[in-house]
Design a protein around this ligand. Structure first.
Ligand code: ADP
Length: 560
């Protein structure tokens, strides 16, 4: 199968969060199973020189964006069985940030989406599946169906769109986008691209992709409710037959305490003495009191309200009344930078606040800490709690999204569980559960060891989830249906989908704390909904087949 990932970030080239980890680890996991997997990304100037030097210029051409004609180069790099393409335009991507600052996000990612589609015949590569990730690439399934349907190199391509975080949607003025992408008024209706008077790139992906996925089974259910649905719940309910939740995996080679070169001492589940050494080294490094008996509670992640930090803010004094040390690593909102800076000053030798993006330090914290606190308001999947589990750092989480699918609260009666969790978005519930975890850490090391053992021995690899993605891709391909006729698999016309209902159900209310339901010896297996592919309807003017400006040097892995 020929699979093209399109994304705005990917490890090891550029990263702001879990999206980069997922793209950078799922692509090689699929390639390892014998598929031709390629990834296309913007070529940001922050990509480390070691990779930039290895890139080979493949082709360049012009991309038309309204009245503008923009240079678009394609640089290529082979790594770990995957071909990476970097879409080069210094004006849009020659900046030292990935998102945000310039106020021209719509133009940057409209350019990216158009550039990706126009590059395909020139690379040359005709994927069976384009797997687009998050809003930055949401216009790819839309443009493909609106403007490229019927074109020989594009007609057979099927699309999967993955929502990594529904909160980030890419909402822009219609006029700004319409002109750049040459879209007619007919597609700016509320069943297509229009969203409360604007255009929404994430919605474009959800409406036009053949299949929509998100990154955990629980989040796939939650986003169909008004409480978590970010004003797209109606559309998601309408597409529920084409929506599934597939739990993210980890790069288990990158995050392995037995071989990790970034930590002071490696360790295994059978010999945790290295973990104690990492704890002492972390306390020394961060200026904390060197005390083996005091539990270190760690927080690693983006510092914003999604991560439940307002709960921490509310009870920080109660948390620090416990005999603990607190370590925070993250970048984000000034409100939380101020909170942890204040705590660091107020509790000298007990709190360490680190406002940097530092992968090596993240590894040292996962290895050296005892408890990982992640009280998220919502969490599409969350990788940090899985990394913590793998490093024997027991998670304390809120039961939402992927946290609910990976962490099972310890049940004293049945003995089940691999961490601690609470359900209501309530600071005192979080405090109470953190105190419960501290009780087991201090008084019941026997149980603590069992929890660590379960966390460290569960399977967080991509093996299971990558197969679910492959099944989903196969289902979209003509041969998989056995008839060999593309028409037999012809996706349903988009008009057969129910329009997004306008009325909303009242917000889902958090229920009382539930009893744990299953043993979490292994990462729980995601459910999957079966669905058919959706159809392409030629609308608007078909895009002209793009032409290369220069003769393209041969790609290293040419398709034809
Ligand atoms: P999200 O995608 O919402 O940011 P995830 O838990 O899915 O959250 O993934 C976050 C990833 O980014 C984890 O691998 C985490 O270790 C890493 N990370 C977050 N902040 C930092 C930071 N400041 N320095 C290093 N790694 C970080």
């Amino acid at each position: 199968m020929k699979i093209l990932f399109t994304a705005s970030e990917c490890v090891p080239f550029c990263k702001t969060g879990g999206l980069a980890d997922v793209v950078g680890s799922l692509a090689p996991a699929l390639a390892e199973q014998g598929h031709d997997v390629r990834v296309i990304l913007p070529k940001y100037s922050m990509i480390p020189a070691e990779y930039e030097h290895k890139m080979v210029h493949t082709v360049d051409f012009e991309v038309a964006l309204g009245w503008r004609r923009q240079y678009c180069g394609i640089e290529q790099l082979e790594r770990g069985g995957v071909t990476y393409y970097f879409l080069d335009n210094r004006y849009y991507f020659g900046r030292d940030y990935i998102y945000g600052v310039g106020g021209d996000e719509h133009e940057r990612f409209a350019f990216f989406c158009r550039g990706v589609l126009n590059a395909l015949p020139l690379i040359p590569f005709t994927p069976d599946i384009i797997h687009a990730h998050d809003w930055q690439t949401g216009m790819i399934p839309a443009l493909l169906r609106i403007q490229y349907a019927g074109l020989p190199r594009y007609d057979s391509i099927r699309t999967v769109f993955t929502i990594h975080n529904l909160q980030y949607q890419g909402i822009f003025g219609i006029k700004d986008v319409q002109d750049m992408l040459g879209l007619s008024n007919a597609v700016f209706t509320d069943d297509k691209l229009e969203y409360f008077g604007n255009v929404n790139f994430l919605k474009a992906g959800i409406v036009y992709a053949n299949e929509v996925t998100t990154v955990s089974p629980s989040y796939a259910e939650e986003i169909q409710t008004a409480y978590y649905g970010e004003r797209l719940d109606g559309l998601l309910r309408a597409r529920h037959n084409h929506l599934s939740g597939i739990l993210n995996g980890l790069d288990v080679r990158e995050f392995d305490p037995a071989t990790d070169k970034r930590i002071k001492a490696t360790y295994t589940v059978n010999d945790l003495s290295g973990k104690a050494e990492n704890k002492r080294a972390l306390q020394e490094e961060l200026g904390l009191q060197v005390r083996p008996d005091v539990p270190i509670v760690a927080l690693i992640g983006r510092l914003n309200s999604q991560k439940g930090l307002d709960l921490v803010d509310y009870v920080i004094a109660d948390i620090m009344r416990e005999d603990i040390q607190l370590v925070c690593l993250g970048l984000g909102e000034s409100r939380y930078v101020n909170l942890f800076s204040w705590a660091e000053q107020n509790y000298p030798g007990r709190v360490s606040a680190n406002f940097v993006m530092d992968n090596n330090l993240a590894h040292r914290i996962y290895a050296g800490a005892d408890i990982f606190l992640m009280p998220s308001a919502f969490e599409p999947c969350g990788l940090s709690q899985m990394i913590a589990l793998r490093y024997g750092t027991v998670p304390v989480v809120r039961e939402t999204g992927g946290l609910r699918d990976t962490v099972l609260s310890y049940n004293e009666y049945s003995g089940e569980g691999n961490g601690f969790s609470f359900f209501n978005y309530n600071a005192h519930d979080m405090l109470h559960v953190l105190q419960r975890a501290l009780h087991f850490y201090r008084e019941r090391q026997d149980i603590w060891k069992v929890l660590q053992h379960r966390g460290m021995t569960a399977d967080y690899s991509w093996l299971h989830s990558s197969r679910i993605y492959l099944d989903l891709y196969k289902k979209l391909l003509p041969l998989h249906l056995g008839e060999g006729k593309p028409a037999a698999n012809a996706p349903k016309a988009e008009t057969t989908e129910k329009p997004a209902p306008k009325a909303r159900k009242p917000a889902a209310k958090p229920k009382a704390e539930k009893a744990p339901v299953a043993v979490a010896e292994e990462a729980p297996k995601p459910k999957r909904t079966r669905a058919k592919a959706g159809a392409v309807k030629a609308e608007d003017k078909p895009a002209k087949a793009p032409r290369a400006r220069k003769a393209a040097p041969k790609a290293e892995k040419p398709e034809e």
